[in-house]
Design a protein around this ligand. Structure first.
Ligand SMILES: Cc1cc2nc3c(=O)[nH]c(=O)nc-3n(C[C@H](O)[C@H](O)[C@H](O)COP(=O)(O)OP(=O)(O)OC[C@H]3O[C@@H](n4cnc5c(N)ncnc54)[C@H](O)[C@@H]3O)c2cc1C
Length: 490
């Protein structure tokens, strides 16, 4: 007689942008269940192939997983890595075991990732698997407007942090035919020394050093490309990949010993944590922002999209010292401060007259902290295509002189300018040919790639005059109603 094999019943904890072991709701609830659970992370090839994804993101997540696995080893637990189509991974696991529930956080991401989730959800309903998803960082799914969002967000960050405890695992994954492709794994194992270290352990080290010392001068240096590397929290990659929850950071800053002495600085960083969630909420409600202008009226704006300029911006060879320094610094480290990010977009979209869509993925790939919810809307705000935000066109020379007066940042990242006298570091083309040859300044820096003043005047005229377009005005009303608070009083 044929005996049917009885499959072990289990639950799954599916890690996404939540690579930590503490303040983790899916783990907390999985621990409370009667049956044991398996932890998984999926490198879905469709996600890896997305235009925003780069090796540094894969490396960051991989090292975060290794850190968690080291941490959970004593409980015989680990995150099992799969490199395969998400639905097929669950289908495989469901053949091997009988999956009862999947626990995960909700993911706010681009629409193609959302489609993957929808397929997983369909699979779960067909197989009678319950998929329980929790709110991430106070982002609310299905919200129609922002009337009560602020209050709900403050409620979220005032709930105590979850202290996760772990039982010993009784399950070991029998077989995993979908392990990481070995070539990819080798690349992911590597970790360039100039990137900040990945994982929960380092995330807490950075958080501690921010509240104990680095955060004192947060406000003073926030716009300085060099000093901000120390005085800013540098928590963005840890928040983006979930090594820390927003709540952990919020509560730690609010309760730190130095909070009352450096209130201005610490409050400024707390406010930005809320901005973070505000932007992600916006994307959750309208993820078309990935490739459509926030204000659809700007879709018809025409750009020159000069390929030479685009490539020089991407490669850090524009000949404008501060711009090249920022791009080269990003290439090597994956981080620059807010103002320099905004300036890079301003140069690209306004001075170089290029469509934001041709630059947005390039920076996404370079940012170690790439967070779709912030990235696409911030990029568009700086590009001036949201309609409702004020338009800022940054003059790179002024930014350079104001925020890197001695050219320390420039000289650190642009080798060609290391010997240049500081008074010429912002505009090397002002030197005589003789001086340039004396200091061995190469051709690239002998003339700026564009006439900065003229370009900014043209850009200002172009973008401001489009504000009166009928579709732009109509769209502004829609956006105010959907994404801002107190829209009734406007
Ligand atoms: C074009 C452009 C693209 C950006 N893309 C990203 C991105 O992909 N990922 C990302 O995390 N940030 C992005 N930012 C926002 C900001 O530049 C970074 O969050 C910040 O520089 C990260 O450094 P930090 O952790 O030291 O921030 P801190 O200044 O210490 O702030 C603490 C946290 O608040 C949040 N935050 C800070 N500034 C902002 C802001 N302006 N908007 C929303 N949240 C903010 C971040 O989570 C940050 O970690 C972008 C900004 C611009 C102009």
């Amino acid at each position: 007689m044929h005996k049917e094999m009885v499959k072990t019943k289990l639950n799954i904890v599916w890690f996404k942008r939540d690579l930590r072991t503490q303040d983790h709701l899916p783990l907390f609830h999985a621990e409370k269940e009667d049956i044991d659970y398996l932890c998984i992370y999926i490198y879905d090839p469709k996600k890896i192939a997305h235009q925003s994804c780069s090796l540094r993101h894969l490396q960051f997540t991989y090292h975060s997983i290794i850190d968690i696995n080291n941490n959970l080893k004593k409980f015989s637990r680990e995150i099992n890595i799969f490199h395969y189509d998400s639905v097929k991974v669950f289908s495989y696991l469901n053949k091997l075991y009988s999956i009862s529930k999947i626990f995960s956080y909700q993911e706010t991401d681009v629409s193609s990732f959302w489609e993957i989730d929808k397929k997983v959800s369909l699979f779960c309903s067909k197989k009678n698997i319950k998929w329980v998803e929790y709110q991430r960082d106070g982002i609310i799914r299905g919200l129609k407007n922002r009337e009560k969002w602020d209050k709900m967000w403050y409620n979220h960050v005032s709930v105590p942090i979850i202290f996760n405890k772990f039982s010993n695992s009784t399950i070991k994954l029998k077989d995993n035919p979908f392990q990481l492709d070995i070539r990819l794994k080798n690349k992911m194992t590597n970790w360039p020394s100039l990137y900040q270290p990945a994982g929960e352990r380092f995330a807490h080290t950075y958080l501690r050093s921010f509240v104990n010392k680095r955060g004192e001068h947060y406000s003073k240096y926030i716009s300085k490309p060099n000093e901000s590397r120390v005085s800013c929290s540098r928590l963005s990659p840890y928040l983006s990949w979930g090594n820390l929850s927003v709540k952990q950071v919020y509560i730690t800053i609010k309760q730190c010993k130095k909070y009352t002495f450096f209130k201005r600085s610490f409050n400024a960083s707390l406010m930005r944590l809320k901005w973070r969630c505000h932007f992600i909420q916006k994307f959750e409600m309208e993820c078309e922002y990935e490739d459509k202008c926030v204000n659809r009226g700007y879709e018809k704006l025409q750009y020159s999209d000069n390929n030479e300029l685009i490539n020089s911006w991407k490669n850090g060879t524009t000949g404008i010292p501060i711009v090249d320094a920022c791009i080269r610094c990003l290439q090597k480290t994956g981080w620059i401060n807010f103002r320099m990010r905004a300036m890079l977009v301003s140069i690209f979209c306004h001075h170089f007259d290029c469509n934001w869509k041709n630059g947005v993925y390039h920076l996404a790939k370079l940012f170690l902290d790439y967070e779709p919810g912030i990235h696409y809307t911030q990029f568009q705000m700086q590009a001036g295509v949201t309609g409702i935000n004020s338009i800022r066109i940054y003059n790179p020379i002024k930014q350079s002189k104001d925020h890197d007066p001695d050219g320390i940042f420039i000289k650190k990242w642009v080798d060609e300018l290391v010997n240049i006298p500081s008074e010429f570091v912002h505009e090397p083309w002002l030197m005589t040919d003789l001086d340039r040859s004396f200091y061995q300044i190469n051709e690239q820096f002998s003339v700026p790639s564009i006439d900065i003043i003229k370009a900014s005047r043209l850009a200002r005229k172009k973008i401001w005059s489009h504000r009166t377009d009928n579709i732009v005005k109509k769209e502004n009303l829609r956006l105010i109603k959907k994404h801002t608070r107190n829209f009734k009083s406007i």
